[in-house]
Design a protein around this ligand. Structure first.
Ligand SMILES: Cc1ncc(C[n+]2csc(CCOP(=O)(O)OP(=O)(O)O)c2C)c(N)n1
Length: 318
């Protein structure tokens, strides 16, 4: 890649990762102030995966997202005001405040919904890929899911079908090493999860999920392959979540040293370390994003709650 192109991408990636980081920090603040109903599963520390992966997509491609899904929407360019309003349960949110954090979706961005059922999005994404194949389009679907979800039956059933039928789906494991408090290394014999691809006859690769360029280049190759009708790929992105499982979990089951090691090579710092952006450019990006996030918070806080008479509307399609 040319130096100029690298620099352009670095700016884009830094902006999206910082936007995701700031968005999540404010969600946490809303929770602490008691303004957010329910819980949120923060994407802090994992920003490079959604950012690098989504940058490879076309407008008409699809995404299957998880309970830790805010980052996927931000990376896809979803409206921050509507996202924050949704998380606060406001009428102006993406689903008029009825989905909240865990069911946040943006159909206008091809996001087929975040999912409270672990592994639930894997067959949904596979179905979208099947649909693209049947309709004769060359749309691609990315299926994001966690390490624990890769132990669900839905993972194995979906990948087997996608492999057998060459479906245009890219399966992305966000391996942050934990499923709630369970260390994936305690409940799997083979810790390199991408090796499972071999059993289905498709390519599988494990990469540094905190390096946005690595994620981008790896997913881009897989997306090109899928778009050409050559079938699915399994990509395991190694990362770490900074917070507990959700905003109410102090995460005390984790080794503080391990957390510190991962924090020392967090996605924004890794990108800064490549020397592609000047300090001035970084300051400018941060100022622009901080203003967007402040606007989203204000919009969400000032928006009204839905009227109780709306409780049963929009639940079913006529
Ligand atoms: C089918 C199902 N089983 C269990 C749960 C409870 N649960 C919610 S999140 C979670 C862990 C998910 O871990 P992982 O897939 O690694 O994603 P992460 O939270 O680490 O991003 C579990 C077990 C659930 N929501 N759905």
């Amino acid at each position: 890649m040319s130096v100029k192109k690298d620099k352009e991408l670095a700016k884009q990636f830094y902006t999206v990762m910082y936007r995701t980081r700031r968005f999540e920090e404010e969600v946490f603040e809303f929770y602490k102030r008691g303004l957010m109903p329910g819980l949120a599963h923060l994407y802090l520390g994992e920003e490079a995966i959604a950012t690098g992966a989504c940058a490879t997509l076309r407008e008409d491609d699809y995404i299957g997202s998880t309970h830790r899904g805010h980052g996927h929407l931000v990376a896809r360019g979803a409206d921050l005001n509507r996202m924050m309003a949704e998380i606060l349960g406001k009428e102006t949110g993406y689903s008029k405040g009825k989905g909240g954090s865990m069911h946040i979706m943006a159909m206008d961005k091809g996001i087929l919904g975040a999912n409270g059922i672990v592994g639930g999005e894997i067959p949904i994404a596979t179905g979208a890929a099947y649909s693209a194949k049947l309709r004769g389009t060359d749309q691609v679907t990315l299926a994001f899911f966690g390490d624990s979800a890769s132990n669900e039956g839905t993972f194995h059933e979906s990948i087997n079908m996608a492999a057998a039928w060459d479906l245009p789906c890219v399966y992305i494991i966000e391996n942050n090493l934990f499923g709630i408090s369970v260390d994936i290394r305690r409940v799997t014999r083979e810790h390199q999860l991408s090796k499972r691809a071999e059993g289905y006859g498709i390519p599988g690769v494990t990469i540094d999920g905190n390096d946005v360029f690595t994620v981008y280049e790896t997913v881009r190759t897989a997306v090109e392959r899928a778009r050409k009708g050559e079938g699915p790929t399994l990509i395991e992105c190694l990362t770490y979540r900074w917070q507990g499982h959700h905003v109410g979990d102090p995460g005390e089951y984790r080794d503080p040293e391990e957390l510190a090691e991962w924090k020392a090579r967090e996605p924004l710092g890794v990108l800064e370390g490549k020397g592609l952006l000047t300090e001035k450019e970084i300051t400018q990006i941060k100022a622009g994003v901080d203003a967007e996030i402040a606007e989203a918070c204000k919009f969400a806080e000032e928006s009204p709650y839905p009227d109780p008479s709306e409780a049963y509307s929009d639940l079913f399609v006529d």
